[in-house]
Design a protein around this ligand. Structure first.
Ligand code: NDP
Ligand code: GDR
Length: 357
């Protein structure tokens, strides 16, 4: 009988951690995730796949830990004995990293190093390979050097977050080359979904659209609308992470759609979904600007397509629509997407809103 594969995932409660866990469970894995102790529940995104560990056959297990605490990670590693480790945990908000640079560098940069060290010691001692995935970011490219960005494009990080990710990237390469570890860097461009954190620009917009339609919000305050990003669908991107660890050789891969769009364009499509004009709602607030901005990201996923056989399955417009629709549905509002409502229905909601403004 072949042994069930076992994965250990940091950041399991995040957007990607939840989709990756679903994928791994579908693939028959036993999945162990590291969660932080918080005073309120933080497992919303994985509650639907969580099973009581006392019940026979449960395949998802959670352990308390923190990327800033290497001892605990080592203990969990010993206990779980995974064949794959996915390091997705991070203080992942770029703007916030300017407010909390030390903590961000500790969790994102040193956190990765702690895991690499632990994995190196562990596999040396037990004599079995543990495959490692590092959640790298297109933010590492920062100031535009070359477009589209490939695995060979030099990094020029523009935030404490991005600097820490560059550190983690090179540590991963270094561990691969120094200790013959199976360690991969995914250089993932922005990827979004209805599970995206509410303070990232896409979800902030789609949530606001739903709140405005519901008459609960009148204005949306935002920062730089000219920034351009290569936005894909998170569910597609976690598949690429898994594929990287199934290859014969470890390597680094750009995962992107190959298209770029501005925040303006995202606003156009999101508000257009409900027949509204974003210019009537969006206002500028400098608090959402960053001390240094990343103006243009566009990735070239040729290597991932060729070597991993990976393809994005959702277009930019489909992504915006699915996110708006999910936020509308969460408020109990029918969506153009599910066929119940016509876009014209929103005229009534807008009239209501006009009445209260
Ligand atoms: P999220 O912000 O949604 O999730 C981050 C996860 O990390 C959460 O589970 C969070 O826990 C956990 N976490 C935060 N700090 C710590 C810590 N000190 N110790 C342990 N866990 C911690 O991020 P995404 O799912 O969007 O991204 C996953 C990874 O991919 C991150 O490393 C991110 O930087 C990177 N990335 C993301 C991209 C994207 O577009 N989404 C693109 C490129 C890279 P809690 O729920 O308790 O806060
Ligand atoms: P990013 O994502 O910084 O690319 O990092 P975010 O959605 O925060 O910003 C994208 C762009 O939108 C502009 N912007 C705003 N951003 C936010 N959050 N809020 C606003 O009100 C607003 N107005 C304009 C930003 O200036 C920026 O140019 C994300 C994170 O998931 C990282 O962890 C990941 O590594 C990268 O994507 C790839």
């Amino acid at each position: 009988m072949t042994q069930r594969k076992r994965a250990l995932v940091t950041g399991i409660t995040g957007q990607d951690g939840s989709y990756l866990s679903e994928l791994l469970l579908e693939q028959g894995y036993e999945v162990h995730g590291i969660i932080r102790r918080t005073s309120t529940f933080n497992t919303d995104r994985i509650d639907h796949i969580y099973e009581d560990p006392h019940v026979e056959g449960a395949r998802l297990f959670l352990h308390y830990g923190d990327l800033t605490d290497g001892t605990t990670f080592r203990r969990i590693l010993e206990e779980v004995k995974p064949s794959e480790v996915y390091n997705l945990g991070a203080q992942s908000h770029v703007r916030v990293s300017f407010d909390a640079p030390e903590y961000t560098a500790d969790a994102v940069g040193m956190g990765a190093l702690r895991i690499l060290e632990a994995v190196r010691d562990y596999q040396q001692r037990i004599g079995e390979q543990v495959r490692y995935y590092q959640a790298g970011s297109s933010e590492m490219y920062g100031k535009v050097q070359q477009v589209p960005q490939t695995e060979e494009t030099p990094f020029y990080p523009r935030s404490p977050y991005a600097c820490a990710k560059v550190f983690a990237h090179w540590q991963t390469v270094n561990y691969r080359e120094s200790y013959d570890m199976f360690a991969c860097n995914g250089i993932l461009f922005n990827h979004e979904s209805p599970r995206r954190g509410e303070t990232f620009v896409t979800r902030k917009i789609t949530r606001a659209v739903a709140q405005i339609v519901a008459g609960r919000q009148k204005k949306l305050f935002m920062g730089n609308l000219d920034a351009k990003r290569d936005w894909g669908y998170a569910k597609d991107y976690v598949r690429a992470m898994w594929l990287m660890l199934q290859q014969e050789q470890p390597d680094d891969y750009v995962v992107a759609t190959g298209e770029t769009h501005s925040v303006h364009e995202f606003l156009d499509i999101a508000f257009g979904r409900v027949n509204l004009d974003w210019k009537d709602y969006v206002e500028f607030d400098e608090r959402y600007l960053r001390p240094a901005e990343v103006d243009l990201l566009i990735g070239d996923p040729a290597k991932a397509k060729k070597q991993l056989g990976w393809e994005p399955s959702v277009t930019f417009e489909e992504l915006v629509h699915l996110m708006v629709d999910a936020d509308l549905q969460a408020l109990g509002i029918s969506t153009p997407g599910n066929g119940h409502a016509k876009v014209a229905d929103y005229a009534t909601v807008r009239q209501n809103l006009a009445g209260v403004s």
